[in-house]
Ligand binder design. Structure first.
Ligand code: NAD
Length: 349
């Protein structure tokens, strides 16, 4: 692989590798940008078909974290780590201890957290080796599950979009279709229900949709047609790439605003939404609440400050909407420009 070519293509940065034979640890820490502060981002622990795939995943994810942290006004750069899940039997505690030592060697230049395939228990093991870890148990001063904060930020983002696009000051009677009612989707439904919104949900796991129906009076629809719901807001809260050539022509909601990462299958799909007059809340702008929460943990966790920081997502989304209207530019482009301005300003300071 053309390693430096890939780094250039993703605007990097630095990358660290660690192999530890005795524990089967094979890990990559990608630090995309640290102009705004130490890189913060989760640790992904999944199987990869090839080492190249793991490397590219780390680069792509770390770059996304730079954008998310900068737009949320956090004093952090973007980083991400990837541990390639061993195909043979392995000792999880020993492996995460070795990973913790690796993180410690980076002396705070990168701070880790949970991501796909890792959880609180793993962060606790890492904590035994280094202080550069977040997402730890609240009984040890950690911030715990980030999903309620992510959901709070998404609810605020939806409020901003509804005010901007529909001229409504609150969510009373606003119809939101939530795709995926897992960790974030469930808490989002709770937030929206408390605000008087009407809900339609779909999840591959029927028990989860059923819980949303029971607790929040949500209507349940098919996972294949949720994007076509005749509603005010479509909220993708499942997987990425849900906004694509197949779904966009069928959207009936004037607003798309949800928690999922990488919602646009390709950048051009943001342009397509804009051309159709659909207001899209850029994913990394609206779903930053969980990151705001773990970033608080770096300073000494304070739930009140984490909440206040998350509530500001309303202003960020509002600002993006206004600029998009003024410039006639799609919202995802406006968000990128805002980040690039912040990074450029920090480089000049
Ligand atoms: P989760 O796995 O708990 O929930 C996802 C839900 O989507 C599950 O219930 C799953 O059954 C359902 N699902 C999967 N495919 C579906 C489909 N085709 N149609 C309908 N439902 C489907 O994950 P989560 O933590 O709630 O995260 C949801 C999304 O938000 C992800 O894209 C994640 O990257 C993003 N995100 C999460 C956080 C966080 O704090 N957890 C923060 C930022 C972004």
């Amino acid at each position: 692989m053309d390693v430096f070519g890939k780094l250039t293509a993703h605007d990097f940065g630095e990358v660290h590798f660690k192999a530890d034979k005795s524990t089967q640890l094979r890990a990559i820490v990608a630090i995309h940008d640290s102009r705004l502060g130490p890189a913060l981002g989760g640790c992904r622990f999944i199987e990869y078909d090839t080492d190249d795939a793991a490397f590219i995943d780390a680069l792509r994810l770390a770059r996304g974290m730079t954008y998310k942290a900068a737009l949320a006004g956090l004093p952090h750069g973007g980083g991400k780590s990837v541990i390639i899940r061993p195909k043979q039997r392995f000792d999880r505690v020993a492996l995460f201890r070795a990973f913790g030592r690796f993180i410690n060697d980076l002396r705070g230049h990168y701070i880790t957290a949970e991501d796909s395939g890792t959880g609180l228990e793993d962060m606790e093991i890492i904590r035994g080796q280094t202080k550069w870890v977040t997402g730890i148990d609240p009984t040890h001063g950690g911030s715990g599950d980030p999903s309620p904060f992510t959901a709070l930020g998404v609810r605020r983002g939806i409020e901003a979009c509804v005010k901007f696009k529909l001229g409504k000051a609150d969510l009373q009677g606003v119809h939101v279709a939530v795709q995926g009612v897992g960790h974030v989707g469930y808490h989002l439904c709770r937030e929206l229900h408390a605000s008087g919104a009407k809900l339609t949900v779909a999840d591959v796991d029927k028990l989860k949709s059923e819980r949303a129906r029971r607790e929040f009076g949500a209507a349940i629809t098919d996972i294949n047609t949720i994007a076509e719901t005749d509603c005010d807001v479509f909220a993708p809260c499942a997987l990425g790439a849900g906004l694509n050539d197949d779904t966009i022509p069928h959207l009936r909601a004037p607003i798309v605003a949800g928690a999922a990462n990488n919602q646009l299958a390709e950048v051009r799909h943001g342009e397509d939404l804009h051309a159709r007059g659909i207001l899209y809340a850029p994913d990394y702008a609206i779903n930053a609440g969980g990151l705001v929460n773990v970033a608080q943990e770096v300073k000494g966790y304070d739930a009140k400050l984490a909440r206040e920081g998350t509530l500001k997502i309303y202003d960020t989304i509002w600002d993006i909407c206004e600029r998009s209207k003024r410039l006639g530019a799609p919202t995802h482009k406006v968000a990128d420009i805002l980040v690039e301005e912040k990074l450029g300003a920090s480089a000049r300071a």
